[in-house]
Design a protein around this ligand. Sequence first.
Ligand code: GTP
Ligand code: MG
Length: 345
Amino acid sequence: AATDPGSLRTPIVAVLGHVDHGKTSLLDKVRGSAVSEGEAGAITQHIGATAVPLDTVSSMAGDLVMADDFDLPGLLFIDTPGHHSFSTLRARGGALADIAVLVVDVNDGFQPQTEEALDILQRTGTPFVVAANKIDTTPGWNPQADAPVQQTYESQTDRARERLDENLYEIIGELSDAGFSADLYWRVQNFQGNIGVVPVSAMTGEGIPDLLAVLMGLSQRYMKTEMEVDLQGPGKGTVLEVKDEKGFGATLDVVLYDGTIEEGDRIVVGGVESPIVTEVRALLRPKALSEIRTEAEFERLDSVQAASGVKVAAPDLDDAMAGAPVRVVRGRHLEDVIAAVEEEL
Ligand code: GTP
Ligand code: MG
């Protein structure tokens, strides 16, 4: 690693796809928890942010990700809902993303929100990989817990492997119909012009090492210059949700994508009527690897650096808007920052 990891920000990875194709389960697997079980109606209602530090990525991916080969501090995953009525949240997740994972149920193939997610990724020019999920449901499958794809392939009968390949080639065909050149990820030389398809199972963990390795590789190779932001500069973020918290009143769940936010910082937030100018009373965050929207207990922080999911407690946030920009004023003219927020709305 040539560069000081402290100078590069964490890439933001949006997880998109049709309802029930396994987005939350994939993140659960990565997180080692089971958020989806606690979800109302088992359908993701809102966006959540999950930070996975490089060490964790590396230990999950085994030989496929050597921490020493990477300068990036890890990955920040944004979960999104697949239900058709949440298109605004999907678009917001897509807009925030540096890279994305499009989750496709390997049996179901392309569905309406798969197409919608592809449109978002195309519109925003976001590089992505396809996670062909639920490979464990292939008839005759012999599961290999948490194994890389190659190892799990070698453990299958010819018949099971052929059945999976049929489904995978169907997905590759559907990508091609949608105008994307795609192939199984180990055949892809140039990830800029081609979409890699990674067979995975959120249930057994098969292929997760490969998925993490491809995401780290994509980030490192193509995103590095974009990750070289001024991490000490005034923070910029997007409001995912406005939520009441006991003892704090209205708070903001924010994805910070640039700079730093500190306790006591003056901030400008997009509001229903007009931008809100307020001061950060507390920065609250669940620990790395946990989920911003389900943790009841928060760690209180003095400052937070991009990219991160963080809960911001401050006065006068009742009229703050989900999807609105958040900007730290520090060292700049308040009027300029208000103008910048208004422009983004
Ligand atoms: P929404 O957030 O509602 O869009 O759904 P989602 O994409 O987050 O799907 P979720 O992770 O909630 O999974 C939907 C269902 O598929 C659950 O019952 C999961 O247990 C199941 N599932 C997810 N991944 C796998 C997998 O790899 N294998 C098997 N067998 N089942 C899976
Ligand atoms: Mg979900």
